[in-house]
Design a protein around this ligand. Structure first.
Ligand SMILES: CC(C)(COP(=O)(O)OP(=O)(O)OC[C@H]1O[C@@H](n2cnc3c(N)ncnc32)[C@H](O)[C@@H]1OP(=O)(O)O)[C@@H](O)C(=O)NCCC(=O)NCCS
Length: 151
């Protein structure tokens, strides 16, 4: 599968193409999010319209099979990049697509001058093992939220 992969930049002009992939992956286990295509487009399109947005899509036989995207932010001594979304089509998972996509994305980030990439994932999510295999380590912050209207 990896041999047939290609990569392209994701931007505000083509992000809609990645919405069905995103909806299918995150509406499936373990996330079972419940996305509509409209809400997913608002999320991904919103990210893509930000000034320091950067995204890479993975294609197999011309069809989107993976995405990695997020945005940059200034820190004291460097620019950080927050990886907001990453996924691989369910049928293509476990075949090295995510690893190849992450390698491609990290090269893009280095080229753009980013010194650190960070993300948030589920404490017990299978994705955690993927990120740890890619060299990510927990850094001690606790995610917190408060609903302002009933969830
Ligand atoms: C997480 C995800 C992006 C990984 O992509 P992938 O193509 O399935 O991963 P790869 O096949 O490239 O795996 C690379 C390495 O990561 C680790 N890994 C990947 N999935 C794993 C799993 N479910 N359990 C344990 N280790 C895993 C392994 O070390 C693997 O190397 P190996 O196959 O040589 O053992 C993909 O599975 C996915 O989209 N999951 C659903 C959406 C999601 O959870 N996204 C992240 C939300 S924060």
């Amino acid at each position: 599968m990896r041999a047939g992969l290609s990569f392209e930049p994701i931007d505000a002009g083509n992000v809609a193409r990645y919405v069905p992939l995103y909806v299918a992956v995150f509406n499936a286990p373990p996330w079972n999010d419940g996305w509509t295509e409209a809400a997913a487009f608002e999320r991904l399109g919103g990210f893509a319209s930000e000034a320091r947005f950067l995204g890479v899509g993975a294609l197999f036989q011309g069809q989107p099979v993976g995405l990695a995207l997020g945005h940059g932010e200034r820190w004291t001594d460097r620019w950080l990049f927050q990886l907001r979304e990453m996924c691989v089509a369910t049928a293509c998972q476990g075949q090295g697509v995510g690893r190849a996509l992450m390698a491609n994305f990290e090269a893009e980030l280095r080229g753009a001058g980013y010194g650190t990439v960070y993300l948030q994932t589920g404490q017990d999510a299978p994705a955690r093992a993927f990120y740890e295999a890619a060299g990510f380590v927990p850094y001690g912050h606790v995610p917190m939220h408060k609903h302002l209207v009933p969830a």
